[in-house]
Write a protein that binds this ligand. Sequence first.
Ligand code: GTQ
Ligand code: FE2
Length: 314
Amino acid sequence: MAHAPQTELDALYRDFADLNMEGGWHRRFPALWPEPRRNFLPHVWHYADVKPILDRAGDLIDTQQAERRNLTMFNPVEGNIYSTVRTIVAAYQMIKPGEVARAHRHTPNALRLILDGKGTSTVVDGKEVEMRPGDVLLTPNWAWHSHANHGDAQCYWMDFLDVPLVHLLEPMFYEPHPKEIEPDVETLAEAPIAFRWEDTLARLDAESRARPGEPAVVELGPAQLDTIALHMIRITAGDATRPLRTTANIIFAAVEGNGVAEIDGQTFAWSRGDTIAVPAWRRFRLLADSEAVLLRVSDEPVMRKLGWLRSEAP
Ligand code: GTQ
Ligand code: FE2
């Protein structure tokens, strides 16, 4: 076929645009590409930088003004002002003695990793459980939850939520509790939504005995969140994880120890309480200078369920 006259092509393309259509051969941006792009950026946030800022916020903002006194970590990729990685947001939260963060529920799944402070509890669907450093506590989709500090020290933790995924797919619902806090609360020493630090350490010890000489990995499970997988990883001083890249988007939180993260050729130092963003398909490994435990928060269940989970050791 002879080349069509440019004027006729221009007219055709104008008609596409008028009808909100575009020709697959005429796109300004590709729709398909050979493998995941390097979109979200590797990044580390340091707890040492965050803590004084949370303390200043604590002097200025109370829990009446702020339903949650939280600071979200937004990925430095251009145009983003919220997500830590594509599907998950991480935040630091602080609650002062005597404060109550009132009850609400939302479709995003959430979890917390406690960093510092005693005497704080969370109430999830009417069950109150204490939160202690190293503990991980879940707030599944649509569960009521509030937090309260009954102790005499400030309590600091990290939140992880699948809010960016909910934004992408649109099923957002949120509701404040009509009574601010749930009535008829039952206090429990243990609950399925609470993963205790002592239990995690015992499980990591068992795993190290079963597979000596490599980082120990345990899943905080059976999995209760539909979109987020949780693993605890312990790396011996001087040791490292095997290099990996995966389609899963991952955030690591350092629970103990310090070291560096190598992510796609960049090196980031991390220590206790830090947040490490490892976006999809970035080659990475974690190296520990002192014995380290990290919480791995990933969207693996989403990728697996949809047939998109691919991992390789490049
Ligand atoms: O503690 O319920 O960081 O709903 C963001 C949204 C924490 C919470 C966050 C939330 C919460
Ligand atoms: Fe919440």
